[in-house]
Design a protein around this ligand. Structure first.
Ligand SMILES: C[S@@+](CC[C@H](N)C(=O)[O-])C[C@H]1O[C@@H](n2cnc3c(N)ncnc32)[C@H](O)[C@@H]1O
Length: 277
C-alpha cells in the first residue's frame, strides 16, 4: 500500500489492488462464490452457444469465460490484472486471454457476436467508455450483458459491510473519487448510458446470489481480502476500528439471518442486457 498521504486516483487504486496476487486469489477463492451464481445468467443473456464469438471483459480468473466455453462459445477474456489472467489461463485453456484495458479495446469493429462483463463495470473509472467500446467491437444485433451488485437498499452483504465502515471506520480513510459501486444496477443510470453508446432494447433482471458461511463475520473478511474498493477501505483501518466494523457485520448477519450455526448471506446482483443497434 502507498503512504496514506500520497494522492491516489480511482484508476491507480483499481490497477494496484487487482494486480495484487493475494487480492486476486482471495477474490477467486471466496468472494466469487456468489459471482459464480450469476455466470449462467450472463451466458444465457447473450445467447452464447456453439460458435458464438464472445468477448468477456474484466474476465478476472475466468469464471464467466468458463461458462461461455461450456456453452460452446468461442471466448476471449480480457483483463488488466496479470495475476487474474494467470488463474484464468490455467482454469480455461480452451479460451484466449488478453491483457488490456476495457476502456480502450484493441479489437476491430464488429468482431464479436456478444460481450459479457461480470462485475467489471463498477471498477472502471469511466463506465460509458466501456459501453462505447463494447458497442464498437459488437456486430449490429450483438448483445451486451453485464452484472453489478445490488445496492444497500436491499438486504445484501455489501450493504452490511459498507454500512459498518460508514459507522465505525476511521474518518481519514476514504476512497478517491470514482463511480459508485452500484451505480449501473440502477436502470435510470444504465439505460440512458447504454442508449448513448448505441444500444437499444435494454432490460434487467435480479439474481439471488448469496454466500453460504459458517462464520457471520465472513462477509467482512471477503471484502477486506478479495476486493479492490473494500480492501482499500478495510485493510488500513486501525485495529479498534477493524474490530468494531467486523462486530457490526456479525451483528447485522445475526439480526437479519438468524443465529446459525450456518448462514446464507444474500449478495444479490442485477444483470443488464442490451442489443447493439
Ligand atoms: C470483481 S472482478 C470480476 C471478475 C469476474 N468477471 C467475475 O464475474 O467474477 C473485476 C475484474 O475487473 C478487472 N478490471 C478492473 N478494471 C479494469 C479495466 N479498466 N480493464 C480491464 N480489466 C479491469 C480486475 O482486474 C478484476 O479482475
Amino acid at each position: 500500500m502507498p503512504d496514506r498521504q500520497e494522492p491516489d486516483t480511482f484508476a491507480a487504486l483499481e490497477k494496484r489492488e487487482w494486480a495484487d496476487a493475494g487480492v486476486a486469489q482471495s477474490y477467486a477463492r471466496v468472494f466469487a462464490e456468489a459471482a459464480d451464481m450469476v455466470v449462467p445468467h450472463l451466458v444465457e443473456a447473450v445467447g452464447a452457444r456453439s460458435g458464438t464469438k464472445v468477448l468477456d471483459l474484466c474476465c478476472g480468473h475466468g469464471n464467466v469465460t468458463a461458462g461461455l466455453v461450456r456453452a460452446g462459445a468461442q471466448a476471449t477474456g480480457l483483463d488488466f490484472s496479470p495475476a487474474m489472467l494467470d488463474m484464468a489461463r490455467a482454469a480455461v485453456p480452451e479460451a484466449q486471454f488478453v491483457e488490456g484495458d476495457a476502456m480502450a479495446l484493441d479489437f476491430e469493429e464488429g468482431s464479436f457476436d456478444a460481450v459479457t462483463i461480470g462485475f467489471g463495470m463498477p471498477h472502471v473509472p469511466e463506465p460509458p467508455k466501456v459501453m462505447s467500446e463494447a458497442r464498437r467491437v459488437l456486430r449490429p444485433g450483438g448483445r451486451l450483458a453485464f452484472s453489478v451488485w445490488c445496492g444497500p437498499e436491499v438486504d445484501t452483504a455489501l450493504g452490511y459491510v459498507f454500512g459498518a465502515i460508514a459507522q465505525h471506520g476511521a474518518a481519514d480513510i476514504a476512497l478517491p473519487a470514482g463511480p459508485g459501486a452500484n451505480d449501473y444496477a440502477d436502470p435510470a443510470l444504465a439505460f440512458p448510458a447504454l442508449k448513448e453508446a448505441g444500444f437499444a432494447d435494454c432490460s434487467q433482471s435480479t439474481v439471488a446470489s448469496k454466500w453460504q458461511v459458517s462464520d457471520p463475520g465472513a462477509p467482512y473478511d471477503y471484502f477486506r481480502d478479495g476486493t479492490a474498493r473494500g480492501g482499500a477501505l478495510l485493510r488500513p483501518q486501525p485495529s479498534e476500528c477493524a474490530t468494531a466494523i467486523r462486530a457490526a457485520v456479525v451483528a447485522k448477519v445475526l439480526e437479519k439471518h438468524g443465529r446459525g450455526p450456518n448462514w446464507q448471506v444474500p449478495i444479490p446482483a442485477v444483470v443488464t442486457i442490451a442489443v447493439a443497434v
